[in-house]
Design a protein around this ligand. Structure first.
Ligand SMILES: NC(=O)c1ccc[n+]([C@@H]2O[C@H](COP(=O)([O-])OP(=O)(O)OC[C@H]3O[C@@H](n4cnc5c(N)ncnc54)[C@H](OP(=O)(O)O)[C@@H]3O)[C@@H](O)[C@H]2O)c1
Length: 299
């Protein structure tokens, strides 16, 4: 396949590209900076695509771009960047795709578990309604921005990605640091659910969505066994062989991180990967201890 990818320099994109190329696919990157190689095309997510004709004849688009949600404190400017990089960026991309004489057949567009908001113990499938809060509103608008592509006949898959466990960065690297220093512990009440996925399985789920015609619409990209923060803390401490005796009270996190603390760390959502399982996707790491063991290189 000829595949176009946005956000290719990020945690997910940079791990996905070698896997796609190894499988024989041709990947073109849509990048924000000046192109450095023949496989790059420049775009400004807020404005448009520099050489639109380079997008003719692609088979698929994987759209991962967006301002990192943990990049900085959520003041009004940062929240606008988080939202607009996704909503406007998706509008720009989808508008371009609908202008093509030879458009792609499929668009895989990132979204996030944030779609569901803070939901306690409720088990959430792709049919569950959106939640409340900033991230939920962003995800709803981000997903809705793909509608022009869907209306013009593309198979659109909305990748509702959970907490990605990767050895090289992302949420786990941030979480693991205090644990490595022996300062790990439960966050807030510890009751909030964490729906996680090993990076290898996310890459598998994305390639599964790319080639499985039956997959369309929302797709929960999470492992089948989400855990509470208390279980996560215990398992991570065990994997790192470190104590987990330093709980982090909610008020401390709120003082340190503001609104981000509530939406990213103190709230929880218990997702099930219903569509992935229905379409026979096989997880390599369905359980957290195996995933952390593999990701942290202890097994
Ligand atoms: N990692 C997770 O745990 C997780 C969980 C749920 C959802 N997701 C979503 O999945 C997608 C990929 O995740 P990731 O972890 O690979 O993200 P990432 O490491 O933060 O990378 C995202 C990429 O988006 C582009 N980008 C950064 N700022 C941007 C801006 N202001 N406007 C437009 N593009 C911008 C960059 O690529 P270029 O420099 O190449 O343009 C960047 O490498 C993201 O949309 C993320 O929200 C991730």
């Amino acid at each position: 396949m000829k595949i176009l990818m946005t956000g290719s320099s990020g945690l997910v994109g940079s791990a996905l590209i070698p896997v796609l190329r190894e499988a024989g696919h041709e990947v073109t990157k849509l990048v924000r900076s000046a192109p450095k190689s023949a496989d790059e095309v420049q775009w400004d997510p807020q404005i448009g695509i520099r050489e639109l004709t380079r997008l003719e004849g692609m088979d698929a688009v994987i759209h991962l771009a967006g301002e990192n949600i943990a990049a900085g404190r959520w003041n009004a400017d940062q929240k606008a960047r988080i939202r607009e990089s996704r909503v406007r960026g998706t509008q720009t991309l989808c508008h371009a795709l609908t202008q093509l004489a030879l458009p792609p057949k499929v668009l895989l567009s990132a979204s996030a578990l944030g779609f569901y908001g803070d939901r306690g113990e409720e088990v959430l499938s792709e049919e569950s309604a959106a939640g409340r809060g900033f991230l939920s509103e962003v995800c709803v608008a981000w997903e809705a921005a793909t509608q022009p592509a869907e209306k013009s006949g593309l198979r659109v898959v909305l990748l509702r990605i959970g907490i990605v466990l990767s050895p090289t960065g992302g949420p786990l690297a941030k979480m693991a640091l205090p644990f490595k220093l022996g300062l790990g512990g439960v966050i807030g009440s510890g009751q909030q659910y964490m729906s996680w996925i090993a990076l290898d399985d996310l890459i598998g789920a994305i390639t599964h969505a790319l080639t499985t015609e039956a997959v369309r619409g929302p797709l929960n990209c999470v492992a089948p066994h989400p855990v509470t923060n208390r279980e996560f803390t215990k398992t991570l401490g065990g994997a790192l062989r470190r104590p987990t005796i330093f709980p982090v009270p909610a008020f401390v996190l709120r003082l340190m991180l503001g609104e981000m603390a509530d939406e990213l760390l103190l709230s929880g959502a218990r997702l099930e990967p219903k569509r992935l399982l229905e379409t026979q996707f096989q997880f390599r790491y369905p359980r957290l201890d195996e995933a952390l063991g593999a990701v942290l290189g202890k097994r």
